[in-house]
Write a protein of this length. Structure first.
Length: 672
């Protein structure tokens, strides 16, 4: 057993705090360490492959509601390692066998190892970091030990995972090095909740990590010196059922309330992954950035206030007030941890500085502004004390001197440092949007507008820009923004336009291509942002011209707005339809004859109605054949599907190509 190595020869800033997320399975009772009350109905837990592939439902049904300790923890080991018992008040003893022991001589010396899960602990497994290709890429930005060559030599087959012991330790040491007991937050999340119909991951609760983690080696028979590490690590947390230092959302009680109130909007009392930060709530365990933490904490404030209105028995007003106080305290802490330049590590990395995140931890702006302080480090007048980091700065000294000769680029670099960007976001903003530097300096919210249609990992969120523009008053800000970047007010039209676009994007994702002025303002006012969003429709009317300068189509007469691309799509469809309606095609088929061959003799005792129905079909088919565009309408059961089936079965029609799109399986079978 090894304590994470947190001793740093280079003495980085001591106030660096890392936050974390971890995946948990849905449970129909609690997380005290017991089998579900109704195991067969817990389908939501099976989105976790390790549980789905190993469940013994017959055993679970026989022992429903029993504690894991009672039935034997090893029998429920895959549930436990997936965090189904993080509220257990007793140690749970597990048996760990190395997955590569069989079939590879380099791992045969590892023995079955006893691993004890501590009470009130999550088991954190940073899967993304232990993927071989990811580790190789991350090593460019983070100063941890990883040897790709030795990792490749460990196995005689191809594997995506890091299996070299010292490389595993280097990754784990670095991943957990930012833990600050009682300061680091932990956000457990679900991939699926049975009564919440949403594809976003759902945050289960919020707490603090209270101890540094320890690594555990696999035991060895001594025949080899090669080490490997158990990936599960105990992370003790502060969450308690009736505690004051963390909480779980009362989703079971909310579920019961929703059953009695079918029109209730469950999303109003649900915490979701921070918008734009999906990757930080994935891969079993991951780092959570300051802005993502702030987003979830702000969501929690709103959700808790809405829960208070429900007058629930357990999650009552007293409980809500305790949790609101906890949330306020955490927001204060995270804002101070974030500081003014949380994106410095990412933008240094995007600039080409190796180990940019580690370099950023040394940059102290208490005496000098950011650019002046960086100039000292790049020139060598100041050193970090770490040879690797100092060398990485020396390699880019000339490039930084070149940057300083361009005022726009220098200001752009400094602005991006104020945003809590990921490496991917910073790389995209620096490498692809540098030509827009002057415009972004004048309107930082263009970063959202310019990236919203890019890959998810490149999209900059409004909250990230907001947190840079409106630094929380609790944070000492020696370097406030100046014109033209500075926002005049929270209602600045630059910010407002970005929010209009954002809510329209959200609406489009739900199938709505336009929103009225009233709907737009209503949706903006719901956003979980730190700053004011309580606007009125007159705001839209006051900034119409500026809105139209963005990618928005504003219909002043009918008072609605849509994204410009949807107006372009509409116009394209209208133009194509109009051009096709101008000309018709010839009708070559004798559709009545084809129908008679298909259906045979007229229905006995119903000849007149059957005759009319066949004539109607024949007329419809003739129109469909001769029209470049047409729509066939009819009530259910009137023969639309059978008519289209006849049309599609024609050799001449088939030769031109037929694409069938059906809303139901029955229609598809009929078409076939």
């Amino acid at each position: 057993m090894f304590q994470i190595d947190k001793e740093n020869k280079d003495n980085p800033q001591t106030n660096y705090v890392q936050h974390f997320s971890t995946r948990i399975p849905w449970k129909d009772n609690d997380y005290s360490g017991r089998i579900d009350n109704n195991p067969r109905y817990n389908v939501a837990a099976q989105v976790i492959p390790n549980i789905a592939s190993s469940r013994d439902l017959e055993f679970e049904e026989t022992n429903k509601s029993k504690s894991y300790e009672q039935v034997g923890p090893v029998k429920m080991q895959n549930w436990i390692t997936e965090n189904a018992a993080f509220m257990s008040d007793t140690k749970l003893e597990l048996k760990m066998n190395h997955p590569y022991k069989k079939g590879n001589a380099k791992f045969k010396h590892f023995k079955e190892t006893t691993f004890k899960m501590d009470p009130y602990s999550f088991l954190l497994r940073p899967f993304s970091w232990t993927l071989k290709d990811n580790a190789n890429e991350k090593q460019k930005y983070y100063n941890f030990y990883f040897d790709l060559e030795k990792t490749e030599q460990m196995l005689n087959w191809s594997s995506a995972w890091v299996s070299h012991g010292e490389s595993q330790k280097g990754i784990f040491d670095y991943f957990f090095s930012g833990i600050s007991p009682h300061n680091s937050l932990i956000f457990p999340y679900y991939k699926q909740v049975p009564f919440i119909d949403d594809n976003r991951h759902v945050i289960a609760g919020i707490g603090n990590i209270v101890l540094n983690v320890e690594l555990h080696e696999y035991e060895s028979d001594g025949s080899s010196d090669e080490k490997n590490y158990i990936w599960e690590t105990n992370a003790a947390h502060s969450i308690r059922v009736d505690g004051q230092d963390g909480f779980l959302m009362p989703y079971h009680e909310i579920s019961e309330y929703a059953k009695k109130h079918p029109d209730f909007d469950v999303s109003s009392v649900t915490l979701f992954e921070a918008a734009g930060f999906r990757s930080e709530f994935s891969y079993a365990a991951e780092w959570v950035s300051y802005d993502a933490a702030i987003d979830v904490l702000n969501q929690a404030k709103n959700a808790l206030k809405n829960i208070a209105k429900l007058k629930l028995k357990e999650a009552n007003n007293e409980w809500v007030n305790v949790q609101l106080e906890y949330i306020d305290n955490q927001l204060k802490s995270v804002w101070n941890q974030r500081g003014i330049f949380p994106g410095l590590g990412s933008i240094l990395s995007a600039f080409g500085v190796r180990y940019g995140f580690d370099v950023a931890k040394h940059v102290d702006t208490s005496e000098n502004d950011l650019i002046s302080e960086l100039k000292l480090y790049f020139s060598g007048d100041k050193e970090t004390g770490n040879e690797k980091l100092d060398d990485s700065l020396a390699e880019k000294e000339d490039e930084f001197s070149g940057l300083l000769r361009n005022e726009n680029k220098t200001q752009y670099f400094e602005l991006l440092s104020r945003l809590n960007l990921s490496v991917e976001q910073a790389n995209y903003a620096w490498c692809n949007l540098k030509n827009y530097a002057a415009k972004v300096i004048e309107n930082p919210y263009l970063l959202f507008e310019l990236t919203r249609r890019e890959k998810d990992e490149h999209q900059v969120t409004i909250s990230q820009i907001d947190n840079a523009m409106f630094v929380n008053p609790l944070v000492e800000n020696k370097y406030p923004l100046n014109k033209p970047t500075k926002m005049r007010t929270e209602g600045d039209k630059r910010r407002f336009r970005a929010m209009v676009i954002f809510v329209l994007v959200q609406a489009a994702n739900q199938g709505h291509t336009l929103l009225s002025y009233d709907q737009i303002v209503e949706e903006i006012n719901k956003l979980p942002l730190d700053q004011k969003t309580d606007f009125q429709t007159e705001k839209i009317e006051g900034v119409l011209e500026f809105l139209q300068e963005g990618e928005l189509y504003v219909n002043v007469e009918n008072t609605y707005i849509k994204l410009e691309e949807y107006q372009n799509y509409k116009q394209l469809v209208v133009d194509i339809v109009n051009s096709r309606l101008e000309n018709s095609l010839s009708s070559e088929q004798n559709w009545r004859k084809i129908i008679d061959e298909q259906f045979g003799e007229l229905q006995e005792n119903n000849e007149e109605n059957d005759q009319l129905a066949r004539d109607e079909k024949a007329t419809a088919l003739k129109i469909l054949e001769s029209s470049k565009i047409s729509v066939l309408l009819g009530r259910a059961g009137t023969g639309k599907t059978s008519a289209l089936g006849i049309l599609a079965s024609s050799k001449e029609i088939k030769a031109g190509g037929v694409l069938a799109l059906t809303p139901t399986g029955a229609s598809w079978n009929a078409e076939k």
